[in-house]
Write a protein that binds this ligand. Structure first.
Ligand SMILES: Nc1nc2c(ncn2[C@@H]2O[C@H](COP(=O)(O)OP(=O)(O)OP(=O)(O)O)[C@@H](O)[C@H]2O)c(=O)[nH]1
Ligand SMILES: [Mg+2]
Length: 443
């Protein structure tokens, strides 16, 4: 079983390995200030500094005290700072030769280069954060969109931890009532009424939380949107409008787009890969047919298909399905049907409503506005929440079937175990190591 050694002093470059104005090197572990004092121009200032203060000085090497760099050391005493153990963060100049020398020196004086996730692991170990918050650190660092960054930040602040703690407390209340009933003979107690309503509400809130995963994943990893429809429907016009640049050729010649074109954009904070495709029609041109085949493949792989209908020629309207949004284009020429989603890709009319409709469809209404809803992004959390919801559902079914209470108690116990794994209280060490070693910070 792999795990981190937590008794030694670790260090790592916290900023990228690249030339820059400044770089930060973190050091953490009991006694690190005494050790660092041997290579700092103001040893006693460093050792005696109060918590959360800055000490200016030079990192020096050897008996002669050769200056390697002028730095500012942020000092944290035990119980404080990110890892909640004695730590120093040096802000150095971002010179690669300078950093190379400092990192080599730190190794030479007896510190160890940190593995990925070690600083956050120590923060978790010292109770600075639970496992959902530790995972949020990594999600925050690697977020690709504003929304995904904001959602990760709210999880880091403890949004998810609070929800899971509340669920645990409710489950504990239910379990306590069940255990009292199991511990005493029936005739010693008043008639027992199972807190079914409470269990049903808990089951519901856990499954809602689990279902936010599809949305969190969308904000994190993005979505593929395919513009499809008959030739001349206005797909390339809409493509250019959404990208705010002339990328695709627009013309009144049917079959202008023969091969698909893709580009990245963002729709209400969701990273989007947008595809303009060859118009769908019967054709005897083999190249065009190849393009149409590719369109069909892209439709199969899409998260959302925007099927454009030319309002001046509504010969073919495909059936609406879960991943298709039917949009009537050229609303400036022909009035679209009542209640239909309509735009003019030429004038831009209706496009903001289309953008709203796309975001709402992709996020199933969750979290497209405001951030009051906690949304998860981690597959591990999703799995554990789903297992919790399933165990609670089985417990409800057992209660309804009047099965002996000890069998229900097993399901409730399983649910509690899963919630404990979510926050890291009962997560096995090898799984913890696997989670933290995947982090990119602290390398
Ligand atoms: N009046 C009007 N004309 C439009 C509108 N959208 C597109 N057009 C025109 O319709 C013609 C076809 O537009 P495109 O965007 O090239 O259509 P497409 O769906 O990409 O066509 P193919 O690439 O051939 O499949 C062009 O002449 C556009 O200027 C619209 O909203 N109103
Ligand atoms: Mg086109």
């Amino acid at each position: 079983m792999e795990s981190y050694n937590t008794d030694d002093i670790i260090f790592a470059l916290a900023t990228p390995w690249a030339q820059s104005a400044l770089s930060v090197i973190r050091v953490s572990g009991e006694g690190c200030r005494n050790l660092l004092a041997s290579c700092f121009s103001r040893p006693s200032a460093l050792v005696q500094a109060a918590n959360a203060t800055l000490v200016h000085g030079y990192i020096t090497d050897g008996k002669e005290g050769e200056k390697l760099d002028e730095v500012v050391a942020a000092v944290y005493t035990e119980g404080h700072g990110y890892t909640a153990e004695e730590a120093v963060e040096f802000t150095c100049h971002g010179s690669l030769p300078g950093l190379t020398r400092i990192l080599a020196l730190f190794k030479r004086i007896g510190m160890r280069s940190a593995q990925g996730g070690e600083f956050t692991f120590r923060a978790f170990l010292h109770g600075r954060m639970d496992l959902t918050q530790a995972e949020a650190v990594q999600e925050l660092v690697s977020s690709q969109s504003e929304r995904s960054q904001a959602l990760a930040l709210s999880r880091l602040e403890g949004g998810l931890r609070e929800q899971i703690t509340a669920a645990k407390e409710e489950l504990l209340t239910i379990l306590a009532a069940v255990e009292v009933q199991l511990d005493y003979a029936e005739d010693e107690l008043d008639e027992f009424v199972f807190p079914r309503q409470m269990l049903a509400q808990l089951q519901h809130s856990v499954s809602v939380l689990a279902s936010t995963y599809s949305v969190g994943k969308m904000y994190g990893q993005g979505a593929r949107i395919v513009l499809a429809g008959a030739t001349n429907a206005g797909k390339s016009s809409l493509f250019n409008l959404l990208l705010k640049q002339d990328r695709s050729i627009v013309s009144n010649v049917r079959g202008t787009t023969r091969d698909y074109i893709e580009a990245d954009c963002s729709i209400q904070g969701i990273p989007i890969r947008l595809y303009d495709t060859a118009g769908l029609r019967e054709s005897s041109d083999s190249i065009e047919n190849e393009g149409i085949k590719k369109t069909e493949r892209l439709i199969g792989q899409a998260d959302l298909v925007i099927y454009l209908i030319d309002s001046t020629d509504i010969a073919h309207i495909p059936p609406q399905d879960a991943k298709t949004l039917l949009v009537y284009n050229k609303s400036d020429l022909v009035k679209p049907p009542q209640g239909a989603l309509a735009i003019s890709a030429q004038s831009g009319e209706g496009v903001s409503s289309l953008v709203e409709a796309i975001a709402s469809r992709l996020t199933s209404g969750f979290g497209s506005t405001g951030d009051e809803q906690v949304i998860i992004e981690s597959e591990r959390q999703h799995l554990l929440l789903e297992q919790t919801a399933e165990a609670l559902k089985r417990a409800l079914e057992l209660v309804d079937a009047d099965v002996p209470l000890d069998i229900t108690a097993v399901e409730l116990g399983d649910a509690m175990q899963n919630l404990g794994e979510l926050t890291g209280e009962v997560t096995p060490a090898d799984i913890l190591h696997k989670i933290f070693s995947g982090f990119c910070v602290g390398k």
